[in-house]
Design a protein around this ligand. Structure first.
Ligand code: BDR
Ligand code: CA
Length: 313
C-alpha cells in the first residue's frame, strides 16, 4: 500500500485528538504533512494549543502545526464547550505545549503544499468546520484539481442533527464553507453522524484503551471518559461516539466502512435548518452524486485497529 500524504484540518476536541493520534501511530499507511487548525469546538487559540499538546503526547514535536481561520466565512462562530469542556480537551491532565506553532498561516500552507506536491497525491482530512479548506479553494482555485480526495467528518442524514435539530456541528458552524467544498468537484468521502454514532466507546472499549498501559492509552481513556458524560446524559447512549477517528481509520482500513455514492447539498438559506446535509440517499432526484456517504462500520474492527495503533505510541 502506498503511504498516503494527508493534511489534517482540525479543531481539537477529544475525538479530533484521537484521530490525530491514530494518524501519527500509522506511518506505514499515512504521512501527516501538517496539521491545520480552525476555530470550531473552541476558539482558535485553544485549538492550536490542543493540537500541539496532542502531538507532544504522541512524542511528535516535529509535526508542523498551523493556525488557520478564527471564524466562519459568513456567520458568527458557534462553539461546543458543553460537549468538550472549557479547554476543548478536558479530561486528561496534559502539560502545556512547548513545541512551536508554524509562522505560516494554515490556508497558505494548504495552498503551497497542494501546488508543490504532485497532482492527486495529497488527501485532505477535515474534522472540524470547513473554513480553512473553503478559503484555500477560494483563494487558489488551481489547487482544487490537485487534491486526491477529501475524507471529512460532518453532516448526517438518518441521524439528522446534534447541534440543531437539523444539522451536525461541523457543517452547521460554517455552512457556506461546506457548500463551497461540496460543490468543488473533488472526490469526497463523508463520515456523517449516521456512522459515527455507531463508533461508541463502550465501557469495555474504554477499559481496553486504559489497559494498553502507555501514556497515550491512559490519556485517550480519560478523554473519552470526559467526552461520554455528555452523550450518556443527553442521548442515553452507550458511550461516546468517536466521530473524527472514522476518517483516519477509513484511510487505513476502508473495508471497515460501507456507504453510498449520493448527491449531498448544504442548506445555507434557512435559519431553521442551517447546515443540514441534504443527502439524496434514496436517489429520488437526478442530481449527480458528489460524495461517498458512509452509513455503516464494523465497530469492533474499528476499535481493534484503534487500540492496536495507540499501543504503538
Ligand atoms: C463533530 O463536532 C465536533 O464536536 C467533533 O469534534 C466532531 O468533529 C461531531 O459533530
Ligand atoms: Ca472535530
Amino acid at each position: 500500500m502506498n503511504v498516503r500524504k494527508i493534511i489534517i484540518d482540525t479543531d481539537p476536541g477529544q475525538d479530533d485528538a484521537v484521530a490525530i493520534l491514530l494518524a501519527l501511530a500509522s506511518p506505514e499507511e499515512i504521512e501527516v504533512l501538517g496539521i491545520t487548525c480552525v476555530a470550531g469546538n473552541v476558539p482558535l487559540e485553544l485549538t492550536v494549543r490542543n493540537a500541539r499538546m496532542v502531538c507532544e503526547l504522541a512524542g511528535r514535536r516535529d509535526v508542523k502545526v498551523f493556525a488557520g481561520c478564527d471564524r466562519p466565512l459568513d456567520r458568527d462562530l458557534v462553539t461546543a464547550e458543553h460537549v468538550h469542556g472549557k479547554t476543548g480537551l478536558d479530561g486528561p491532565d496534559l502539560p502545556e505545549p512547548t513545541m512551536p506553532l508554524q509562522d505560516m498561516r494554515a490556508v497558505e500552507f494548504i495552498i503551497e503544499t497542494l501546488r508543490k506536491e504532485p497532482a492527486s497525491s495529497v488527501t485532505l482530512v477535515p474534522i472540524g468546520p470547513l473554513t480553512n479548506i473553503a478559503t484555500a479553494f477560494r483563494m487558489a482555485p488551481d489547487i482544487v484539481r490537485k487534491v486526491h480526495e477529501i475524507v471529512l467528518m460532518g453532516g448526517a442524514y438518518f441521524e439528522v442533527g446534534n447541534i440543531t435539530p437539523a444539522a451536525e456541528f461541523n457543517i452547521h458552524v460554517d455552512p457556506h464553507a461546506a457548500d463551497l467544498v461540496f460543490r468543488a468537484g473533488v472526490p469526497i468521502v463523508v463520515m456523517p453522524l449516521d456512522v459515527t454514532h455507531k463508533a461508541l466507546v463502550t465501557r469495555a472499549r474504554n477499559d481496553a484503551f486504559r489497559a494498553i498501559g502507555n501514556r497515550v492509552g491512559t490519556a485517550v481513556a480519560e478523554m473519552t471518559d470526559f467526552f461520554e458524560r455528555y452523550d450518556r446524559e443527553k442521548y442515553g447512549s452507550d458511550g461516546a461516539p468517536l466521530h473524527d477517528p472514522c476518517t483516519v481509520a477509513y484511510l487505513i482500513r476502508p473495508e471497515l466502512f460501507s456507504g453510498r455514492h449520493v448527491n449531498v447539498e448544504i442548506e445555507t438559506g434557512s435559519e431553521l435548518t442551517m447546515g443540514m446535509t441534504v443527502a439524496d440517499w434514496w436517489g429520488v432526484t437526478d442530481r449527480a452524486a458528489n460524495a461517498l456517504f458512509i452509513g455503516n462500520l464494523d465497530a469492533d474492527g474499528f476499535f481493534e485497529l484503534l487500540t492496536e495503533r495507540l499501543a504503538r505510541l
